[in-house]
Design a protein around this ligand. Sequence first.
Ligand code: TNX
Length: 484
Amino acid sequence: MPLTDPLRIIGDDAASDQLVTAIGHRTGILPVRVDEEPRPGDVVVRIDPDAAAEAYALTVGEIVELTGSANGLLHGIRTLMQLLADDGDGRWTWRRARIADAPRFAYRGVMLDVARRFFPVDEVEKVIDRIADLKFNHLHLHLSDDQGWRIHIDSWPLLSQLSSTVSATGDGRATGGGCYSKDDYRTIVSYAASRGITIVPEIDMPGHTHAIGIAYPELVEAPVMNEHLLDDAKRLGHALPEAGVPYTGWGVGHSSLRIHEKRTYEFVRDVLAELAELTPGPYLHIGGDESLGTSPADFAYFIERATGIVQELGKTPVAWHEAGAAEVAPGTVGQYWGLLAPDASHAEHTAHFVERGGRVILSPSDAAYLDMKYDHDFPLGLAWAGTVDLHRAYDWQPTALLDIPADAVAGVEAPLWTETVESLDEADQLMFPRIAAIAEIAWSTSDRTRDWNDFRERLAAQAPAWRADGIRFHPVPEIDWSDR
Ligand code: TNX
């Protein structure tokens, strides 16, 4: 079906606005909005009040007709854009299709670690565009870690001044930090919402808290070293963590909040309350990973209190799977980051969230981690969970991973940790194309309907759109990339 020029679009919702922009950007054809009876060649976009939350129906024939819920329409226009092809002579066509579509999982997420490497608002918006095109619906922002604190908190104002000055770097040198003002954060939240994406903010506690101590030394314990950290620091030439000094290395497990101070919980409550107020979405993530500098009993005590505080604020707590060692508040969501072949204690901790009435987000690190290297020669990323090529990212089954009921799986999330990432270009190389594999796992109705060879072909056809959007994808050898 050739695109007519001018191309007429009938519809008056946010999705048709975004479709006009997307077509103009990709083809140079500037669609016109009309309010008339459709005729051949027109695109009709219409809300269907009966459609399920994210469902849409799309027919591409003489007329292009898209119906769905508000967020379903946003997914539908992305599918429509994927059906757009250039015949090589500058003529644009729609591939004919008839689609009735809805996601398998209600939670389809990507995590961006803005603590290790700060991403300014305009770059976060670009990441939102990228993931929205793949029909993800959550962006988890890792807003604090040992290296930096990235969100202004009115009641603890020194965080944004003193705890946000550096990023982690490849060579352990201090590079620029940064911090979102509340207005920045609101801008991100509303930009995301307009693309059907909910922001999930994370304040990582009680470990990963070195940066807090730069502003408020009374809240944290002195750093405790572990063997792994000492080895890494030596191998990479990074400085060791030192109380009150900004930390730019990659070591983990050396920091802890003071668990038995009243002031610690004033801090936790104030921070989470301000975040809750800024966050329309249901989730507040409290971290809980790799708290090697906190004793198991103190860790359990802290997690119970912190998840309880989130609940009192009217939000659903989320925590990394280690937190399942504690009596988390009922309904707390656990995020599994173990391997595809789960270690018994990781599986047990994760299952505990389900026993407490919560659900689970799956981020298996040897398949869904976007910061693992593709192969050992790849210059960016880490390899502690192994290397992850595209096939490995694609070839796993979410409901078969852990011994929990299928309906306890809330969904899937692909985290991008950024110790080795210094630009959006580098983030792109780690994300693309693996992020498309995770998107398909999160969306497709069942594991049986996914087919690797079919995926390879469909993915190859996306390269022109990615190039047009300035996405620096890594051209993995598993795909015969189309050069148009
Ligand atoms: C483990 S996964 C971490 C992060 C690191 C990441 C690097 C998890 C919950 N914690 O602190 O950035 O490995 O891959």
